[in-house]
Design a protein around this ligand. Structure first.
Ligand code: ATP
Length: 513
C-alpha cells in the first residue's frame, strides 16, 4: 500500500465492513467524531485494555487499579487548571469557513519538511549503496541540516508564543510560513483564539438548584483526588502507582481523523507517585518501560519514536510522546509526563485537605511528585488495526486481504470449519467449538466454500482456522491453518488447545517485554 490517503480510507472502510467500528448514530447521519465499537471491535478493544492492565497492574506489586466516576466536583477542574487553561488555539479560514488548530497547522508544516528529509536520505541511500552511513549523512548533509534547523526554529517559536499566550505571533508565524488551508489552498486567516475543550453539563432536578459540571477531559484527576484514600487503605509505600482506564471527553476543534481524535474516547493512565527529586530517574524508567510494552506486540520498532516536548503543559517539568507511524504519518500515541507536585498541591489548596505522604524512612511528610503515562485506547486500536491491514498478491495473482493482528489481541482466536455441511462433520466441528470456548473466543462457520471461509477469517484477523474433514472421523485429526503464512498442518484434536494457547496467551507475549 503506497498512497497514504488511500490506505487510510481502506482502514476506515474495512473497520466498518467487518464489524469493528461504526459511526455513532449512523441512521441519523452520524455524530461527528463519535464512534461505536461493533462485535469484533469490542473484542479487540477489550484485549488491548487487558494487555495494558496486566502489564501495568497485575505484573507490578506496587501498582493498583481504580475506577473513578466520570462526574467530579466542579472545583476539581478549577484546581487542575482545566477551566482556565485547557484550551486549544483555533483559527478559521475566512474563505473556506473551515476551522483548524493553529498549532496543528504549524506542526503539519514541519511534518512536510520531515518528509523532504526522508526523501534526501532515501536518495543518498540509493546513491551510496552499502557504504551509506545514515547517521553521518544526517549530521553532515547541508540540505538536511538546514531542514532540521528550520523545523527546530519554527517549533520553538510556536512553543514560546503559546506559552506566553502571544496568539498574534502564532498567526504571524502561520502567515510568514505561508501556510494555506489544506483543503482549499486559501491563506485568508482570522486571528487565533483560545477555545476551551471541556463539555459542560448540569446535575440536579431543578434549574435553580442545578450545579454546573464538566464531563472529565482526562481520567487523571480521579486518581489525584483519591491519592490518600488509596495510599492509606492499601498501605501503599512510595514509589507506588494507581492505574485507571475510562472514558474522557473533549470538544475537539478538528476531528477528521476517524478514531484518532474523538470527542468521546477512552484513556489508559498510570499516575506513579514518587519522592521529589527522583523524577528524572522515573521519567526515564517509564519511557523505557512503556516503549518495551509497545515493542512486545511486534508491530515493528521502525514504527515508533519518542518526541520530547519543547512546549510543556502547565503541570509538567518534562514530557515526551511515543509517536506511532499511522497511515497519515508519525503522530502521538502515548504521553509520558513528569507532572511534579502540581496536581496534588492544587487539590490541597482548593480543598483545604492535606494530601501528603509520611515517609517512615526519612521521618517526614511531603507532597509526592507524579510521573504519568497516558495512552488513548482508541488511538492504540487504530495503531494496531491500521498496522495489521495488509493486501497481499498471491502466486496465482489474486489478492488476499489479511488483518495481521498480534494474535494475542485478535478478537477471535480460531474458526472451526466443517469441510462440508454433511456426513457428520458439523457435529464434530461443533463439539470442538464447545470444548475450546472455555478458553478462547472461537467461532463456528459452515457457510460457503472453505477457501472463502479462510478469506473471511483472514480479513477478521483470526490467527487459526481449523478444518474438520472426512479423515477426521477416522483419525481424530484436523487441519490447522495459520493466518499469516497460510501453512497447514495436520494435528490431533486433543492438541488444539495447547497449540492455540502457546500462540495467543498474554503470558507468552508479555514475557517479551
Ligand atoms: P493531542 O496533542 O493529540 O491532542 P494530547 O497531548 O492533548 O493529544 P493527552 O492529554 O496527553 O493528549 O492525552 C493522553 C492520550 O490520550 C494521548 O496520547 C492520546 O492517545 C489520547 N487522546 C487524547 N485526545 C484524544 C482524542 N481526542 N481522541 C482519542 N484519543 C485521544
Amino acid at each position: 500500500m503506497t498512497n497514504q490517503p488511500d490506505t487510510f480510507k481502506k482502514v476506515i472502510s474495512h473497520a466498518k465492513e467487518y464489524g469493528f467500528v461504526f459511526q455513532s448514530s449512523e441512521i441519523y447521519d452520524g455524530l461527528s467524531a463519535v464512534y461505536d465499537y461493533a462485535q469484533n471491535g469490542i473484542e479487540l478493544k477489550k484485549n488491548i485494555r487487558e494487555y495494558w492492565w496486566k502489564a501495568m497492574v497485575q505484573m507490578n506489586d506496587n501498582i493498583v487499579g481504580l475506577d473513578a466516576a466520570i462526574f467530579m466536583h466542579p472545583t476539581t477542574w478549577k484546581a487542575s487548571g482545566h477551566v482556565d487553561a485547557f484550551n486549544d488555539p483555533l483559527i478559521d479560514n475566512k474563505d473556506s469557513k473551515k476551522r483548524y488548530r493553529a498549532d496543528v497547522l504549524i506542526e503539519d508544516y514541519c511534518a512536510k519538511i520531515e518528509t523532504k528529509i526522508d526523501k534526501e536520505i532515501k536518495k543518498a541511500e540509493k546513491r551510496f549503496g552499502d557504504s551509506f552511513n545514515k547517521d553521518e549523512f544526517i549530521s553532515t548533509n547541508t540540505r538536511v541540516i538546514s531542514y532540521q534547523d528550520k523545523i527546530k526554529s519554527v517549533l520553538s517559536r510556536m512553543g514560546k508564543s503559546l506559552e506566553n499566550e502571544d496568539l498574534d505571533d502564532v498567526k504571524a508565524l502561520i502567515e510568514e510560513l505561508e501556510i494555506a488551508d489544506p483543503l482549499t489552498g486559501s491563506k485568508n486567516w482570522t486571528d487565533v483564539k483560545q477555545f476551551n475543550l471541556m463539555f459542560g453539563t448540569k446535575l440536579g432536578a431543578s434549574a435553580e438548584s442545578a450545579m454546573d459540571l464538566y464531563l472529565r477531559p482526562e481520567t487523571a484527576q480521579g486518581i489525584f483526588v483519591n491519592f490518600l484514600n488509596v495510599q492509606k487503605t492499601g498501605r501503599m509505600k512510595i514509589p507506588f502507582g494507581i492505574a485507571q482506564t475510562g472514558k474522557a471527553f473533549r470538544n475537539e476543534i478538528v476531528a477528521r481523523q476517524f478514531i484518532f481524535r474523538m470527542r468521546e474516547f477512552e484513556q489508559m493512565e498510570l499516575q506513579f507517585f514518587i519522592k521529589p527529586g527522583t523524577q528524572v530517574k522515573w521519567y526515564e524508567y517509564w519511557k523505557e518501560a512503556r516503549m518495551k510494552w509497545h515493542l512486545s506486540l511486534g508491530m515493528g520498532s521502525e514504527n515508533y519514536r519518542f518526541h520530547d516536548h519543547d512546549k510543556l503543559a502547565h503541570y509538567a517539568d518534562a514530557a515526551s510522546d511515543i509517536e506511532f507511524k499511522f497511515p497519515f504519518g508519525f503522530k502521538e500515541l502515548e504521553g509520558i509526563h513528569s507532572r511534579t507536585d502540581f496536581d496534588l498541591n492544587q487539590h490541597q489548596t482548593h480543598s483545604g485537605k492535606k494530601l501528603q505522604y509520611f515517609d517512615h524512612e526519612d521521618n517526614k511528610s511531603y507532597t509526592p511528585y507524579v510521573l504519568e503515562t497516558s495512552i488513548g485506547l482508541d488511538r492504540m486500536f487504530l495503531a494496531v488495526f491500521s498496522n495489521a491491514l495488509t493486501e497481499e498478491t498471491l502466486e496465482n495473482n489474486t489478492t488476499r486481504t489479511v488483518l495481521k493482528l498480534p494474535s494475542v489481541l485478535a478478537p477471535t482466536k480460531a474458526a472451526i470449519l466443517p469441510l462440508v455441511k454433511k456426513d457428520g462433520l458439523p457435529k464434530v466441528a461443533k463439539s470442538i467449538v464447545k470444548e475450546l470456548k472455555w478458553d478462547f473466543n472461537v467461532v463456528y462457520d459452515e457457510k460457503d466454500a472453505v477457501g472463502r471461509r479462510y478469506r473471511r477469517q483472514d480479513a477478521l484477523g483470526t490467527p487459526f482456522c481449523v478444518t474438520v474433514d472426512h479423515d477426521t472421523l477416522e483419525d481424530d485429526c484436523v487441519t490447522i491453518r495459520f493466518r499469516d503464512t497460510m501453512n497447514q498442518q495436520r494435528v490431533k484434536i486433543g492438541d488444539l488447545k495447547s497449540i492455540i494457547e502457546n500462540e495467543v496467551s498474554m503470558k507468552n507475549w508479555l514475557k517479551k517485554m
